[in-house]
Write a protein that binds this ligand. Structure first.
Ligand code: NAP
Length: 460
């Protein structure tokens, strides 16, 4: 059984779903292919009608969608509502801007005229993670459907209800059969979809291990792919940082979504002169968070998404300690039912400690004290990941300099307001390749075709 909806707040199973049979999978792929033949010919305005309607429905039913998410993966209800609203904005953003983003681009050849035009490529297979059950789907549906492609989607095993709710949303919005298909499938079936000649591109958001497996399969089939993988973002605090401004962001950056965010602040790299003050205040706020029901608006610490996620995180903390790290606060599960992890700060992490390189996907902050700005940059760059990062300083020019020197796909100065429909999102190194959102996000799975008009004599 791959798909199970289980409430991490109380451990109760809500619903189980069997994987679909191969014959049903074949029918769904055939329907998607047939849908593509018509959808690719629709005007942007016709496509936008459906996506705008989906955005309206999400907005109108924010509480229902948010409730499903909170029950299934433990996101605190206020954050869940925010995610639903944001997903609606992404759909509406592409409905409004896709035609402009994909308009022909005039070129300037020495002879004749030429332009690049953008056209859809077909059925795209998407594999998505549980940590943002709707936002991740909006991030692919908005751009790729507006571009004229159709989607077949494998969501994570622990969020089948969210996966089905999103598919249902598009159907209610008027999507033709096969435009957006949720697939409850095994990894083996997923591999066969990548091999299928009807599938023209593969987009994954998930762990490095999943990326390696799926990108290799796509590569073997010479199919274009985008990989949005993990991260271990640096949160660089310089000596002139305004701590009153910085501390709340440090807490939010590590604790939002109970720390289960790819671009969360994970490595706190603080210049010596402010390190003690930063640590004392950071620790005080984290220690005051109270575990509780994520459906209760007043809860400040939700559960992790699942018991296996908690067990994995606890194991990582134990391995870090065994290799010499110190636990400043936390380090254990919260003594109550449900999959709750204490907010944790690890210090004294040597470069040969596995914690130095690994991603902690939950409320565990790694703290590093450094001599100066140059040492902060060097440590930030000593990572296998390259997703995002932030720098905190009252000198904006200095912030820009540090941002330019850090090797990641995204950098933020005095904020970590990571994602916006208008801004491209993605990383380098083990954090993957390709970008989602913004103008770049819609260019990923389109054919960029050169058309040249020139009447010239053939060379003799
Ligand atoms: P995961 O285990 O890699 O799962 C992500 C998705 O990949 C799920 O749908 C999963 O399905 C599927 N999957 C995993 N291995 C597969 C395989 N061999 N074949 C086919 N499908 C496979 O990741 P996760 O633990 O759910 O999510 C957390 C990770 O995602 C973190 O590393 C996080 O940083 C990253 N993430 C990155 C971004 C970004 O934009 N860069 C955003 C969010 C999350 P099953 O659930 O059925 O195994």
């Amino acid at each position: 059984m791959t798909y199970q909806s289980l409430n991490p707040f109380d451990g109760k199973t809500l619903q189980s779903f069997a994987d679909i049979a191969d014959a049903e999978l074949e029918t769904k792929l055939a329907t998607a292919q047939t849908c593509y033949e018509g959808w690719r010919l629709k005007s942007y305005a016709e496509r936008a009608t459906i996506l705008n309607k989906a955005a309206e429905l999400l907005h109108a039913q924010v509480d229902t969608f948010a409730h499903t998410m909170t029950l299934e993966m433990g996101k605190r209800i206020g954050e869940a509502r925010g995610e639903v609203e944001f997903s609606a904005r992404i759909l509406a953003y592409y409905a409004k801007n896709a035609e402009r983003f994909l308009a022909p681009v005039k070129l300037d050849p020495t002879v004749g005229e030429a332009h690049m035009e953008s056209s859809p490529i077909g059925v795209i297979f998407c594999v998505e993670p549980w940590n943002f059950p709707y936002y991740q789907l909006a991030r692919i549906a908005g751009p790729h459907l507006m571009a004229g492609n159709v989607l077949v989607v494998k969501h994570a095993g622990i969020v089948p209800r969210c996966a089905i709710a999103f598919e249902q949303l598009l159907i209610e919005a008027g999507a033709p059969a096969g435009l957006y298909t949720n697939l409850l499938i095994s990894h083996d079936q997923s591999n066969r979809i990548i091999d299928d000649p009807r599938v023209k591109g593969v987009a994954l958001t998930g762990s490095v291990a999943a990326g390696q497996s799926i990108a290799a399969r796509a590569g073997k089939n010479l199919k274009i792919s985008s990989m949005e993988l993990g991260g271990s973002d640096a949160f660089i605090v310089l000596d002139d940082a305004d701590l009153d401004h910085t501390i709340p962001w440090a807490v939010w950056g590590r604790m939002y979504n109970t720390g289960q965010t790819c671009c969360a602040a994970k490595r706190f790299i603080v210049v010596e002169s402010v390190a003690d003050a930063f640590l004392a205040r950071f620790q005080a706020v984290l220690s005051a968070l109270k575990a509780g029901d994520p459906l209760d608006e007043t809860t400040t610490l939700g559960p992790l998404s699942s018991e296996p996620a908690l067990v994995q995180l606890l194991g990582q903390v134990d391995a870090a300690v065994a290799a010499g790290a110190k636990v400043l606060i936390g380090g254990k599960r919260v003594d109550r039912p449900g999959s709750f992890m204490q907010p944790t700060i690890l210090t004294d992490i040597a470069p040969d400690n596995p914690a130095f390189r690994d991603e902690f996907f939950g409320p565990v902050a790694s703290f590093y004290r450094v001599k100066d700005e140059a040492a902060a940059i060097a440590l930030a760059n000593d990572s296998d990941f390259g997703l995002g990062g932030s720098v905190w300083t009252q000198d904006e020019a200095r912030g820009r300099r540090v941002a330019s020197a850090v090797e990641t796909g995204m950098m933020f100065i005095n904020n970590i307001d990571w994602t916006d429909a208008e801004l491209p999102f993605g990383g380098i190194k083990n954090s993957g390749y390709g970008r989602e959102l913004g103008d770049m996000g819609i260019q990923q799975f389109v054919n960029k075709k050169l058309v040249r008009v020139a009447k010239m004599a053939a060379p003799a």
